[in-house]
Design a binder for this molecule. Structure first.
Ligand SMILES: [Zn+2]
Length: 433
């Protein structure tokens, strides 16, 4: 079968790897798509990542059995087949056709890569690419026998190969894959205002399994702000829900749309290890208890520390873009049991989400006792008695009063617009626990 992976055609200045994906499908129209086009997000913490660190891959051949509509490009319907058989192809000619597309559509600041292979690549390569950093040795081992081409450096080859290595079927008791149906705009509209009403977004955001359309404060998260070809990205756990409902979005309509199978919302990037083994760029999952009360620093960022069962402690941060998530953090008290997920960098975990498992008792100080003379007493120092300034009478410290926190147990996360593509949204976690 003809397997193709492509990465890194965009840069922070524009471009879009998934638009290139639609161009590739258009170009290779003598083939059938076998399985789904895949949009694979890789380690969100690599220092050189493109905006979403996403790569695309496809399998082409001669389809057998029933076909299914998964897209439409300017009126031309795009189908895929669950199963297929080999079709002969000339690698050099495929490579040169892909090269033309990438040359035309990649941003000059990007370092695109193409990998063409007869076989799927080993899945271990994907796991390395999503949780860590792929070394040159690992890459070379995995792509032996494949045809690769890097532009302006070989960085994109890594992502292209990792995306080809994702099967989308590994299920560690969690979500193995989700779907994104991406709508695209005609070229003359790129960079102009996207006319997508919040009413139309609300219409689709309530559908079963749909996620990351809209923030709680009403901000639309499914429509990008960059000058890219994407009109919106419609995400969900059920592909048919997306296909049957995207038409509600508007008034601007896509001139192309395509359904991708993706590793978004799978939490595949998270790993569980000892604090002493954390390295910069890791995305970690850990059970811990809060060991210092959160403090606010300039800019509205929150910092607090947690410790694990071996009493090793580490600092956690919730930065300003996490918005109302920080108000949950503010309510934490020393001793609360939590699960934290986030990326580790410079000795700090930047929180992606948190589960509050149990709360330590909370107390508040009662008001100072009244003296029998009617005056309010004053504390004579920490852990000391209370004394009346007028008549000198002493009183025992009153008992602290236990208070009930309004903090509910469960998962909390930042709004969709500041969430990692790979992070499983809380709305989906509850179904898997
Ligand atoms: Zn008194």
């Amino acid at each position: 079968m003809l397997h193709i992976g492509i990465d890194d055609t965009d840069s922070i200045h524009g471009g879009c790897t998934t638009w290139v994906a639609t161009e590739v499908i258009k170009e290779l129209s003598e083939f059938d798509l076998i399985g789904h086009p895949r949009l694979v997000r890789l380690n969100p913490n690599v220092p050189w990542k493109t905006r979403g660190n996403g790569a695309v891959s496809f399998t082409f051949g001669k389809g057998i059995g029933p076909k299914k509509k998964i897209g439409e490009f300017q009126g031309v319907e795009i189908f895929n087949f669950e199963k297929g058989i080999e079709m002969n192809y000339d690698t050099d000619s495929i490579l040169s056709r892909l090269k033309n597309i990438i040359t035309k559509h990649s941003h000059p600041d990007s370092q695109p890569g193409i990998v063409i292979s007869d076989l799927f690549l080993p899945e271990g390569l994907y796991w390395q690419g999503v949780t860590g950093i792929v070394s040159k040795e690992i890459l070379e081992d995995a792509i032996e026998g494949a045809t690769v081409l890097g532009f302006r450096g070989s960085r994109g080859v890594y992502g292209a190969a990792c995306s080809l290595a994702w099967s989308g079927n590994t299920n560690n008791g969690a979500i193995s894959h989700t779907w994104e149906l991406i709508g695209y705009r005609e070229e003359k509209k790129w960079g102009t205002f996207r006319e997508i009403s919040s009413e139309s977004v609300k219409e689709v955001s309530d559908k079963e399994g749909v996620f990351s359309c809209i923030d709680l404060d009403g901000k639309i998260a499914m429509v990008p702000n960059s000058p890219c070809p994407v009109l919106w990205g419609f995400r969900g756990t059920d592909d048919s829900t997306l296909i049957h409902n995207f038409n509600y979005l508007g008034p601007e309509k896509p001139i192309r749309w395509l359904l991708y199978k993706t590793n978004q919302a799978t939490d595949d990037h998270l790993c569980s290890k000892e604090i002493s083994e954390f390295i910069d760029g890791d995305s970690v999952w850990m059970e811990a208890s809060v060991s210092s009360k959160p403090v606010v620093i300039e800019g509205g960022h929150r910092f607090f520390s947690v410790k694990n069962s071996s009493n090793e402690s580490i600092e956690c941060a919730a930065f300003e873009p996490t918005k109302s998530f920080r108000h949950i953090i503010d309510k934490l008290e020393v001793g609360d049991s939590v699960i934290i997920c986030g990326s580790f960098k410079k000795e700090t975990i930047n929180l992606e989400k948190i589960k509050i498992e149990s709360l330590a008792p909370r107390y508040r100080k009662p008001s100072n006792p009244l003296c029998k003379c009617g005056k309010r007493t004053h504390s004579s120092g920490k852990n000391s008695y209370y004394r009346c300034k007028d008549c000198g009478e002493k009183y025992e410290r009153p008992e602290m009063i236990e208070v009930v926190s309004d903090l509910k147990l469960g998962w909390y996360e930042p709004p969709a617009s500041s969430r990692r593509h790979l992070s499983t949204p809380v709305s989906l976690i509850s179904k898997h626990e």
